[in-house]
Design a protein around this ligand. Structure first.
Ligand SMILES: [Cu+2]
Length: 691
């Protein structure tokens, strides 16, 4: 889980073979749309814009002039303090908007002992509140801390001896500081446990774990407080661990044809980006980078051609927490149950996206500015890409031969807009997509790729293994340990307004007793509005449609307007309720929760997730059992992967895709695509089936 500097600084590593195969087979056979982008940088500031470079400089200046400056201050999490929702909605409605006051919220630590929650009014240049947090858990690690904790073990003579004992070269050793969780201790410190890898003859450092050694580091004092060297396991060999393209060959063409270059300067259509606001066809939305959440999508509204009005769908959506528990309960592994957002954050380890690998040639990019540990601005280029996607899909079609004298064959191509960011948390990379469809759906995708967290074992063939290794044998001397990825989303839906309800449309089999036909059974729907939070803790499985409706807005024929959640496949945590990682991530027991909107309820595992004890977070809030009917509600949905590794995941894992869809359900009066002009095809001159 180490973040050794911004991923954007790394040299690009591509998998051109597999990429070219999938892209070429799709793209070469298609006519292409020609996409155009144009940019305007003179837009009014949107109230949800991230802190700008100047605002961060201003913020640092304000704090430097305060009492806080007399302490040794580290900045752990700094982001925009969002204005109240009603002010943002009012701003969007207003034709001459003056944005609400700009504020920043800061979680900082003084002298490595005290956690402060500071609110700064950037306009008034004052600190409006400075509260000391005394509860359980700690803020995320800073990148500086993680970098120092990476170096610290290498200076420890005990590690040096252990490495010598194994006849390895210390200069090729890399140590990774991991969060340690909480296992019932009465008092806690901010700690990490460093485990080490051997980087000789490979750049895939995670593929050669030096098992048996670990160093417990007090991260506030930045010193090793415990060293252990319990056992020696043969190191996996370096051969076959590399994933760099220079070591690969291909029997197939490696050219990606038809990447459409964006036009420079003005253009007549496509995507319009003004600052962080994105307008594309019938969609209007805002995208920004947040230190904790990574990509945040806000104020997404869709234009209804039939009604000639813009209608609100999603006030805000982002990842709220990523829980990754490993299933090896032994001494060197038991504590590995990561809360990636709360312990590391998805913002600072965001990638500078690479054209041709991360995003297609027609993408436009946004830069990100965040705050480093010393309060300094950290700028990363190309952190969000925005592109129009045409993947050869059909948005609707029909062939009709029943009309006398003619064959009707009609339809249109599916074109969508994708907003993407990629965060790399140590060995794993998370590709976060928000895809907006012209017919109204929002598809939320998450791609998991990168390198497995592996364990060295003494075996070179599966036949030799007689013990439980808590994972899969993926290469000689190498086990990919069983684990989960639970990616939990915060979805503040505002379907045609703030007041919404969750409808559970349960399908059940009914005997056909009241009809005089040979049919014995059919299914029927029982609709039920979730009245309180306990009605909306949902384990997926039995057939139910989950629809967020606005009970105050009807279609022409009288249905409540709504959006359907087409959820991710069922996957909830399999840990026991009394197991410590599960106590901290109790919200993974259900895949869907609904809570009333509350500004302070944002992070599913609680605001202070590092070493948390499960006394804050979604499961705790939900037990207040508040009313959730016809009010401003937030839907929480977890995309879960139970990951049993396999050999194809080694040495680097092909992207595993997951996600869910928010789909109009009686939102429009009929298929909205029939009201909108279809896209025009333009064939791409240099694209040919026989290159
Ligand atoms: Cu995995």
């Amino acid at each position: 889980m180490i973040i050794s500097g911004l991923a954007g600084g790394n040299s690009p590593v591509s998998d051109s073979t597999s990429h070219s195969l999938s892209m070429a087979s799709q793209v070469l056979q298609l006519l292409l749309l020609l996409h155009c982008f144009y940019f305007t940088f003179t837009a009014s500031k949107h109230p949800l814009d991230p802190l700008s470079l100047n605002e961060i400089i201003q913020l640092k200046r304000i704090i430097s002039k305060s009492n806080l400056s007399s302490s040794n201050l580290t900045f752990h999490q700094v982001d925009l303090d969002e204005p109240p929702k009603d002010q943002v909605i009012q701003w969007l409605k207003s034709s001459h908007p003056s944005p609400p006051p700009r504020r920043a919220k800061v979680i900082a630590r003084t002298d490595g002992t005290t956690t402060h929650e500071i609110t700064v009014d950037l306009g008034a240049k004052t600190i409006t509140s400075d509260l000391i947090y005394t509860g359980h858990g700690y803020p995320p690690f800073t990148l500086d801390e993680l970098e120092q904790a990476t170096q610290l073990p290498l200076k420890d003579p005990r590690l040096s001896n252990s490495i010598k004992k194994r006849r390895l070269d210390l200069s090729k050793v890399f140590c990774e500081p991991l969060s340690v969780g909480w296992f019932g201790e009465n008092t806690t410190k901010r700690l990490t446990r460093a485990v080490c890898f051997y980087g000789r003859d490979t750049n895939n450092i995670f593929a050669r774990p030096i098992e048996g050694i670990s160093l417990l580091i007090d991260i506030d004092q930045m010193r090793v407080i415990e060293f252990s060297d319990r056992f020696v396991v043969p190191l996996p060999k370096a051969e076959g661990t590399s994933y760099e393209s220079s070591s690969q060959s291909s029997s197939f063409s490696s050219t990606i044809c038809c990447m459409v270059k964006k036009k420079s300067g003005g253009g007549g259509g496509g995507v319009e980006i003004e600052g962080h606001r994105i307008k594309w066809r019938n969609w209007d939305l805002h995208a920004r980078l947040d230190t904790r959440a990574g990509l945040v999508v806000s104020t997404a509204s869709v234009f209804d051609e039939a009604k000639r009005q813009t209608r609100r769908v999603l006030y805000q959506g982002h990842v709220s927490e990523v829980f990754v528990p490993y299933m090896d309960p032994t001494s060197e592994w038991f504590y590995r149950a990561f809360m990636d957002l709360g312990e590391y954050g998805f913002g600072l380890p965001v990638n500078s996206l690479q054209e041709g690998i991360d995003c297609p040639g027609n993408a436009a990019y946004m830069d990100g500015v965040m705050v480093g540990a010393a309060g300094q601005p950290v700028r990363v280029s190309n952190v969000i890409c925005v592109f129009e996607r045409y993947g050869g899909d059909v948005s609707w079609r029909h062939t009709e031969i029943g009309v006398t004298g003619k064959v009707i064959q009609v339809g249109r191509a599916e074109v969508s807009l994708v907003v993407r960011a990629v965060s790399t948390i140590g060995n794993y990379d998370y590709i976060l997509d928000w895809e907006f469809m012209e017919s109204g759906p929002i598809k939320v995708g998450v791609g998991v790729t990168g390198v497995l967290e592996m364990k060295s074992v003494p075996y070179t063939n599966k036949d030799q293994i007689m013990e439980d290794l808590y994972g899969s044998f993926v290469a000689e001397n190498t086990v990919g340990v069983h684990h989960d990825h639970f990616i939990t989303y915060y979805l503040d839906l505002d379907i045609d307004g703030v007041s919404n309800s969750l409808i559970k449309a349960k399908m059940r089999t009914k005997r056909a007793t009241d009809v005089n036909t040979p049919r014995k059974s059919y299914w029927t729907v029982d609709r039920e509005a979730a009245k309180t939070e306990s009605d909306a803790r949902i384990q997926l499985g039995p057939p139910v449609d989950l629809i967020v409706v606005n009970p105050n807005k009807k279609t022409k024929v009288g249905n409540d307007v709504g959006y359907l959640l087409i959820p991710a496949p069922p996957a909830t945590s399999l840990l026991s309720d009394d197991d410590y990682p599960q106590i901290r991530a109790a919200y993974t027991r259900y895949q869907v929760w609904v809570t009333p909107h509350n500004r302070s309820e944002r992070w599913a595992a609680g605001l202070y997730a590092d070493r948390s004890r499960g006394d804050d977070g979604l499961a705790v809030w939900s037990h207040k059992n508040r009313g959730i009917e016809n009010t401003d509600i937030v839907v929480w949905h977890t995309v879960g992967f139970h990951h049993i590794p396999c050999q194809e995941d080694f040495p680097v894992m092909p992207t595993l895709h997951g996600g869910f869809e928010l789909r109009p359900f009686n939102f429009f009066d009929s298929n909205p695509l029939l009201k909108a002009k279809p896209p025009t095809y333009v064939s791409w001159a240099n694209c040919s089936l026989t290159p």
